[in-house]
Design a protein around this ligand. Structure first.
Ligand code: MF3
Ligand code: CO
Ligand code: CO
Length: 239
């Protein structure tokens, strides 16, 4: 899991360095395929329940599961989440960043910053014996204090030899409720934070999730290992 996490993170950061105005999200997909292969990994998302690409690229009002396309071009001022999941030696690492393209508006910077802090607030709750509701409550409190909403229709997940497993990790909830985390478990924390309301709609392509009100959404994701003292962020470093 440590190796898979590092490989996924390395690909994400390598691709992130190449993002600039004028590129298409399909180019991000081809960079992810090349970089993942060069590191000896396989893009876990390719073909997953029929997902047609190696990476999710979710721009502006797209919440998650955006399909890379040659006609979706990045403009200065856009935000784009790149979500890389890599299978390496039988294990999966899952991590994402929302990148600002060029100079972002204050609102764009705000939602990106809140999404990253929300992920970190969730991660700060993780330790053996903590409960899933503690994670959700911490994320929800941070987001609402910053005037943002938390998407309820999608969450984090257990991860290991499968990309998606139990438990479902909700990004809202109540302290002291829900299943207990145990040392040795691996989960993702990946809050989707909206400038407007939390409601989402799915495009006719069956994948692309958008905000219902069209306002922008940002997300960050790490894969973490639960330990007695806290957690180890498995997607925190490059290899
Ligand atoms: N990486 C995504 C997640 O964080 C998985 C998306 S599934 C896909 O869970 F099929 F859309 F790729
Ligand atoms: Co995930
Ligand atoms: Co992911």
């Amino acid at each position: 899991m440590r190796r898979a996490g590092k490989v996924a993170r390395s690909t994400l950061l390598a691709v992130g360095r190449k993002i600039k105005a004028g590129i298409s999200t399909a180019e991000i997909d081809s960079w992810v395929r090349e970089d993942t292969a060069a590191r000896g990994g396989r893009p876990s998302q390719l073909g997953y329940h029929g997902f047609p690409a190696a990476v999710c690229t979710s721009r502006n009002e797209v919440v998650c599961h955006g399909i890379p396309r040659p006609d979706v071009l990045l403009d200065s001022g856009d935000i784009v989440n790149v979500d890389v999941t890599t299978e390496f030696d039988g294990f999966h690492g899952d991590t994402s960043i929302t990148f600002l393209v060029g100079e972002g508006s204050p609102e764009a910077k705000h939602v990106v910053c809140v999404a990253e802090r929300a992920m970190m607030a969730g991660i700060a709750q993780v330790r053996d014996g903590a409960r899933l509701g503690d994670i959700g409550a911490a994320i929800q409190a941070l987001a609402s204090r910053e005037g943002c909403s938390v998407v309820r229709d999608y969450g984090g997940h257990g991860i290991g030899k499968k990309m998606h497993g139990d438990p479902h990790v909700s990004h809202f909830g109540k302290v002291n409720t829900g299943a207990r985390l145990r040392a040795g478990m691996c989960i993702t924390i990946e809050p989707m934070i909206n400038l407007g309301g939390p409601e989402t709609v799915v495009d006719k392509d069956g994948w692309t999730v958008r905000t219902r009100d069209g306002r922008w959404s940002a997300q960050f994701e790490h894969t973490v290992l639960v330990t007695r003292e806290g957690c180890e962020v498995l997607t925190g470093e490059e290899c």
